[in-house]
Design a protein around this ligand. Structure first.
Ligand code: CTP
Length: 419
């Protein structure tokens, strides 16, 4: 029997064993097999079985089973983590370009594998039966190819989201899309109007944040021209390449997602906000990306007060992202000068230095607060707010030291002036 390339989770093994013991076939299938064969940790383990949902429930009696998608033959076994278990099925007609109108259950694994999108996603594995690879998925994994199972036109026609899935796998894995599949991708781009903005946004976000984004975008320009015209420019792609080079294979961390998206959208300028909002990213991500886009070409003044003002305006993380966005855009310029790069390095050094000093950047850092001014006889209200702002300015500019006595003295003087 073939060895599974990664530790096979005990819970998945238990589910397969119980289903097999009841006389059914059962396998893990799809994305988890693909990722495991690539040596990557799968994020979930899906099972496929010859058993009908009722038979699954009977075979797994005593376990917690939820009816999560009975119409499509799916139940979820909840152990330490959830496992979707879906009956082998043949999809009926797809009239909405997204989901089959009906599904028919089958007793043959072959039927189930042949309805799947790409060869690398159409493999099944079981500890008892080993790998089932009917469409050359393993060969395509080795060669680095995304290829539809069967007729690419039909596969894309069935579910328009597959257009983006193909590009997402290319971007994530660094694979090439096989020519006929690529043609089908290009031919079906406009059918993405059938797909919800959330789904498109989620795929787009993953495509742009993955390790091989620039090449995936370059080779599928028609898709991006349709979805986000203006974002597929050569300069944008070179900036994304610069971002890719600074990251090793897989840390598409949250922070880098914002950097990648800001680079991707930066050319849209003020119209980027509505475009990004329409893709229904989380509000936090929208805010971060829009801020980075709006500041991507703001000048960085290297005086200490100017750096402190940046530190007051942006969190340290966001400032780091902004420096990274600027560095990637600079790397994408053929005429970039060493002096421009030096400004970024110097700016970031100053940020670190000022942070280590614990220097004052915001009102809360001042050695006096509103209550101290009240105690010194200054009336609360707008005027006091203005005094605190003025104190902050003076401390940032290093004209007044951040010490209670000096600040209170200045506050009194300013208070006198304001009367
Ligand atoms: N699938 C498909 N067509 C789709 C979506 C999914 O054929 N439009 C099949 C593929 O076999 C896929 C499996 O269903 O591998 C599971 O889909 P999903 O969980 O969406 O994606 P994964 O391939 O697991 O990849 P990832 O989880 O990384 O998105």
């Amino acid at each position: 029997m073939e060895q599974f390339p990664l530790p096979f989770p005990d819970e998945a093994a238990l589910l397969v064993k119980r289903l097999e013991a009841a006389g059914h076939e059962a396998y893990v299938v799809g994305g988890c097999v693909r990722d495991a064969l690539l040596g990557m940790q799968p994020h979930d383990w899906d099972l496929t079985t010859s058993a009908s949902p009722d038979e699954v429930k009977a075979a797994l009696s005593g376990l917690r089973i939820l009816d999560t998608g009975l119409r499509h033959g799916t139940v979820t076994a909840v152990l330490e983590r959830p496992y979707e278990i879906t009956t082998f099925r043949v999809d009926g007609k797809y009239s909405d370009g997204r989901r089959p109108d009906t599904v028919r259950f089958s007793r043959r694994l072959e039927d189930d594998l042949s309805r799947r999108d790409f060869t690398v996603n159409a493999m099944a594995w079981s500890p008892m039966r080993g790998l089932v690879d009917l469409f050359g998925g393993m060969e395509d994994l080795h060669a680095g190819i995304i290829r539809c199972v069967g007729d690419p036109e039909q596969r894309m026609q069935e579910d328009a989201l597959r257009v983006m899935r193909a590009v997402r796998f290319q971007s994530r894995l660094g694979f090439s899309i096989e020519p006929e599949t690529r043609r089908a991708v290009a031919d079906h781009v406009s059918r993405l109007s059938l797909v919800s903005p959330e789904r498109i946004g989620s795929e787009l976000r993953q495509i742009v944040a993955a390790s091989f984004a620039a090449r995936a975008i370059r080779e599928n320009a028609a898709l991006f021209h349709f979805l986000t015209p203006g974002c597929e420019s050569e300069r944008t792609l070179r900036a994304l390449e610069a971002a890719e080079q600074t990251e090793i294979v897989f840390p598409a961390s949250w922070a880098d997602q914002s950097v990648r998206l800001a680079l991707f959208f930066h050319r849209l300028g003020s119209s980027s906000q509505s475009k990004i909002q329409a893709l229904r990213f989380s509000n936090e991500l929208i805010d971060r990306v829009c801020q980075l886009v709006s500041l991507h070409d703001a000048a960085l003044d290297l005086t200490r007060p100017a750096v402190k003002r940046w530190m007051a305006k942006l969190s340290l993380e966001q400032l780091r992202r902004l420096v990274k966005v600027k560095a990637c855009l600079l790397a994408a310029q053929t005429e970039a000068k060493d002096s421009d790069r030096a400004v970024l390095t110097r700016f970031w050094d100053l940020v670190q230095q000022i942070r280590q000093e614990g220097a004052v950047c915001v009102r809360g850092d001042l050695a006096v607060h509103g209550k101290d001014l009240i105690a010194a006889g200054i009336a609360p209200g707008r005027h006091m707010g203005a005094i605190l702002d003025a104190l902050l300015d003076e401390v940032i500019e290093e004209r007044t030291p951040n010490e209670p006595d000096a600040l209170l003295r200045r506050a009194q003087e300013l208070n006198g002036k304001g009367d």
